[in-house]
Structure formats: C-alpha cells, structure tokens
Design a protein around this ligand. Structure first.
Ligand code: NAP
Length: 238
C-alpha cells in the first residue's frame, strides 16, 4: 500500500515513523528551509490546487491520503477533500485536539489573526507566538511592543516596536516563563493549535491574559486525534 501524508507537523512526522509496513510519501509545503528528517519518500512544494493534488494521487498510485497538516492550514485540507473526491481515494484527517481553558486561564478567543491584532491593548507588551506568515495584521500597531517568535526569520511587514527571536520548539514551561519575564510580556497572542502547551501554562503561571485565535473550520470527513488511531485506520484499509 502507498500512503500520502500531507505533513508539516510533529504528528505527521510521528505517523511517517509509525507506518513501517507501508510505502509512505510525506508532502511538505516547503515553508521551512531545513525540515526534520523523515523516513520514506519526501516531496516538497504545492500541488497546484485540488486538481493538481488529484493528478498526483493518480500519477503516484496513492492508495490512501492522510491529511496530517496543521489545524490552521485550512486551504490544503480543503484541497485534500476535493482531490480525494476527484480521484477517489480514502482520506483521513489527523488533527491534534484543541486546547481547552483550565482554571486560572484568562483567554479572549478571537476568530482570526486580524481580530487578534485588534484585541491587543494599546501600550501592551505582547508575545506573538503565531509563526511568521501572518504577522502583517500587526504591522500597523505602532502603539504596542511585540516579541515575535518564529522558526525562520519573518519576511513580511512587522510592527515598528519589536524584538524577533528565532527558535524551534518544543519549549519547556520554565523557558517560556523566563522569556516572558525577561521581555516583561503582559499579553500572549497564540493560535489554538493544540499539542505542546508550554506557553499557555507559562501565561497561566504568570497570570498573563491570552488572545487565542480559534481554529478555522475543517472539511467534512473521517477524523482522528492520535497517531495510533491513524495507524489503525491504515491497518483496516490494508
Ligand atoms: P495552507 O494555507 O493551507 O496552504 C496553502 C498552500 O500551500 C496550499 O494550497 C498548497 O499549495 C500548499 N501546501 C500546504 N501544505 C502543503 C503540504 N503539506 N504539501 C504540499 N503543499 C502544501 O497552508 P499553510 O497554513 O501555509 O501551511 C503550510 C504548511 O505548514 C502545512 O503543511 C502545515 O501543516 C504547516 N504548518 C502550518 C502552520 C500554520 O499555523 N498554518 C503551523 C505549523 C505548520 P497547492 O494549492 O499549490 O497545492
């Protein structure tokens, strides 16, 4: 059996390592210059929309498609749903569970990154832990200071008052507490990505409010939250 994993996440990498009995191709968008090493075949770059992905599924004789992309990568997930209909292919979404608030959390949930920018108070010292590709809505915020953290340096317009840290997670809670304390952060801006929650735990410990961006809607289809369940789904197909 030949399985295409749409990747770019920790879960996708773990799935590629766990699927030892099948032929695995992992597809990456190519956003990161030095992605983690993966077993099996790796292809990089867009497919050219749903039609391109459908053609790829046929040309590469893919038997099953696992969409293990990030919960905020909405376009590729929608494309995968359409492509798997155009070239009928079993499709599963592997989506890590969203974070839920705990006692002590001070969350303001917002529907989008522009809404998150609007929710940062004037004069704030905000920690932007949202990656580097959606920073533009903050570029006009000259009335606040921002700590920007991303894996690769940002290459889009940035707010004028800021510091940029490049670092690749996972991060420990005490590291996050130290970073936020060092920069006198008083609000955290994050996407509800799920998974490693050290920054949220640090915000809770420091009693810092969080502006949390809600997830975009996913397409219909079978969905699991754990790598083991995706492995079992492949097992049932085989
Ligand atoms: P997106 O907006 O959903 O996708 C934009 C376009 O990028 C897609 O239409 C597709 O191009 C291409 N693409 C995306 N993921 C791909 C993949 N795995 N393989 C091949 N092409 C892909 O995606 P995004 O939010 O920019 O995220 C890009 C990648 O980074 C995803 O793989 C995702 O898992 C990972 N990632 C995203 C985030 C996030 O917060 N968005 C965080 C961590 C990791 P074509 O239409 O030409 O096929």
């Amino acid at each position: 059996m030949r399985v295409l994993i749409l990747g770019g996440t920790t879960e996708a990498a773990a799935l590629a390592r766990a699927l030892t009995d099948v032929d695995v191709v992992t597809s990456l968008a190519g956003r990161t210059r030095s992605p983690a090493t993966l077993p099996g075949q790796v292809r990089i770059g867009g497919f050219g929309g749903p039609q391109g992905l459908a053609e790829y599924l046929g040309a590469e004789a893919i038997d099953a498609l696992i969409d293990a992309t990030h919960p905020f990568a909405a376009r590729i997930s929608a494309n995968a749903a359409v492509a798997a209909r155009l070239r009928p292919t079993p499709r599963l979404m592997l989506v890590r569970p969203a974070w839920a608030p705990q006692s002590g959390d001070r969350w303001t949930t917002v529907p989008s990154i522009p809404a998150a920018s609007g929710a940062v108070p004037t004069g704030a010292r905000a920690f932007l832990a949202i990656g580097r590709q959606e920073l533009a809505p903050f570029a006009g915020r000259a009335d606040a200071w921002f700590l920007i953290r991303s894996v690769e340096p940002p290459d889009t317009p940035l707010p004028p008052h800021r510091a940029v840290v490049t670092a690749r997670g996972p991060f420990r809670e005490d590291e996050e507490v130290a970073l936020m304390t060092e920069h006198r952060i008083d609000v955290l801006v994050a996407k509800n990505s799920g998974g490693d929650d050290a920054k949220l735990a640090a915000a809770r410990r420091l009693e810092i409010p969080v502006v949390l961006v809600e997830r975009p809607a996913l397409p219909d289809g079978d969905r699991v939250g754990a790598v083991a369940d995706a492995v079992a789904w492949i097992g049932r197909l085989g």
